[in-house]
Write a protein that binds this ligand. Sequence first.
Ligand code: 9MG
Length: 287
Amino acid sequence: MCTAMMQCGRFQLDLSRPLVMGILNVTPDSFSDGGRFRALDDALAQAERLMRDGADLLDIGGESTRPNAAYVSPQEEMDRVLPVLERLQGAPVPLSLDTRRSEVMRAGLTLGVDLINDVSALEDDGALALMRDSRAGICLMHKQGNPDSMQQRPHYQDVVAEVGDYLRRRVALCLDAGIARERLLADPGFGFGKTLEHNLALLAALPAVAERAGVPLLVGLSRKSMLGAITGEAVAEQRLGASVAAALEAARRGAAIIRVHDVKETRQALQVLAALQQSSLEQDSQK
Ligand code: 9MG
């Protein structure tokens, strides 16, 4: 459990229980191929569904960062996400924009996004200055290499130390630029330039990663290929049980925000975990 509050654009988030971030991918493979208007309607309907299911935040992205994903130009990325953000303005939960490009960030911030989720940890030119001048939250993620090649030969001497130290350096850069610590999240980046062994080592050592990073952790494991490698399930959409188990384990190890496709099921599992933890605390206090 994390005791921190986080400043996230329009919101102050209480991180004393793990929050659930619902994934909204606005990519052609995610929605109908009936043209842009139809895709927009589908995306908005999906956003409503995620909120109804109990998402504490929405993460909206227009560029797939899966290994070997096709290149998407910044303009195409904006054409996908900006109409959705425009229509969701004033939503009752924080809107996160998943992008690694500063020009896309700038456009999103103009539309009032509450959080920038950057798998490149603000490495794009101009991203740091842009974020300094906003009040949005920032998620700084670790990755080794780039999405087109990152799974070819990931290598670390000590994955927990290297990922934790990278995150600490990115946090320090933000603090030095004048960005308040309360606006920051860090993410070990499961599956981004990591083997199954690296991912498992990071999950087991999540508290050590958080300690090194010095800020609360956001964790994304939902439907990832590491879960396919463990279970033998080749189809990402069929990895619900594995995704929920992984989310629970991340929560038990202190993750503050969990990024998932299946909000309702994850929330239910987290509610059961919270009830069990509360009951065992009460039993301990009676001893
Ligand atoms: C965009 N995206 C895909 N996977 C992710 C993960 O694990 N963490 C974050 N922060 N973003 C992700």
